[in-house]
Design a protein around this ligand. Sequence first.
Ligand code: GLN
Length: 496
Amino acid sequence: MSKMTESADDMTKSTSPFLSLTGLRAALRDGSISSTAATEAILTRIETIDPTLRSFVTVTAEEALAQARAADQRLANGEKTPLLGVPVAIKEILCSEGIVSQAGSKILEGFKPPYDAYVVSKLKAAGAVIVGMTNTDEFGMGSSTEYSAFQTSRNPWNIECTPGGSSGGSAAAVAGGLAYGALGTDTGGSVRLPASFCGIVGLRPTYGRVSRWGVIAYASSLDQVGPMGRTVEDTAVMLQTISGYDERDSTSIETAVPDYEAACTGDIRGLKIGIPQEYFIEGLDPEVKAAVEAAIEQLAALGAEIVDISLPHTKYALPMYYLIATAEASANLARYDGVRFGPRVPGKDVIETTMRTRALFGPEVKNRIMLGTFVLSAGYYDAYYGRALKARTLLINDFNRAFEQVDVILTPTSPTTAFKIGEKADDPLQMYLTDIFTVSLNLSASCGLSVPCGRDSAGLPIGLQLIGATLQEETILRVAHAYQQATEWHTAHPPV
Ligand code: GLN
């Protein structure tokens, strides 16, 4: 322990937990800090701060220190894999070999996967040090982490507020200086919303860009893993690491991975940015609106061309999403039946055993399974699920038409800043409304990110959403990076 404190002191002398991932990487490469010292400092910080933030469900201190020591050896040999020696965190919805990965659910309590998710193996191959598994709403269903069966995470900017969800643990950890980057999953906004609430960058890649092998499924036509970081470049490095073709995921796109870091050129002159009127609606917090409008002006000053556009089917996106996501969830979660997956709570016969076992699901997951089963049932399928699929095509057409006109679409990430813990937990509809600006791109074939663009009068971060066409991650990274170069929102840190 005294060793740990000593190295933590070394760390504060030469660097800080709020150094960017690329900054730490440079310090590791030039030998001004060791991965062991950086990791020990992060672990000490987790011990001190995380009892308040509750961002980690499992801290893998021993494994992390072993990875750090191995990284130091490799660094000493001059190796330069992209994340060599960098402490990162992952959402506990990603399978991590031998490490408890529970998807925030009692039905997976204590589950230690026998293999790594594709993205986890990519992080390890890049030399990352994984410091722990972060909190999530159960199976990713929620917008605040309050639907986790284990704990509620807190927002480092104000611990009475939620960090957003469902990847709220990852967002709080990165914002609070407990990891230099993190992975989340985004089915309807779960990377972008918490990024926006916590004042960091979060990117949802195009469906198929990142393999879902080893990702505990929520809604299979929408799920995607996404990186989170304190800067756009950090996020680009993480995206670079986890992208790529994987034959074990049939939806994985077989196409080369561009150099995402190189996309951060700082030059956006002549780029066309579309502003859809449908996102500047009643219910949008005036402070959020003002911050987003200021960002639009800033981007225009940097040489982008601002174009008014329309995405006419936007108002159907939320109902469409909650029909499709719940339908797919009800099918995916059928596997936890006490026979094939998960624990078994025995009863007198099969029916009672199934009922007792599935009673381990939390109330919100049960809501979704019931809704999803209903919309898929005979007599209702065409009226609800079938109709949602047709509407989804109209929404995709909206985006295709818009991307004929513009390179990037800009919207607020969320209608409000972070809300208080407890404020919406008992009112699922209010909770669902939080996702109103994020779900559209999950339903379409777009990619998107949230980048900090201001703070409200209570000091809470405001996020800006940039949406790109299929596989145009480079373009949204380029715009977000240029914006960060010209502004300072990402350099401020929460009071933790
Ligand atoms: N809040 C949304 C939901 O509850 C999105 C979740 C997600 O992206 N995993 O479904």
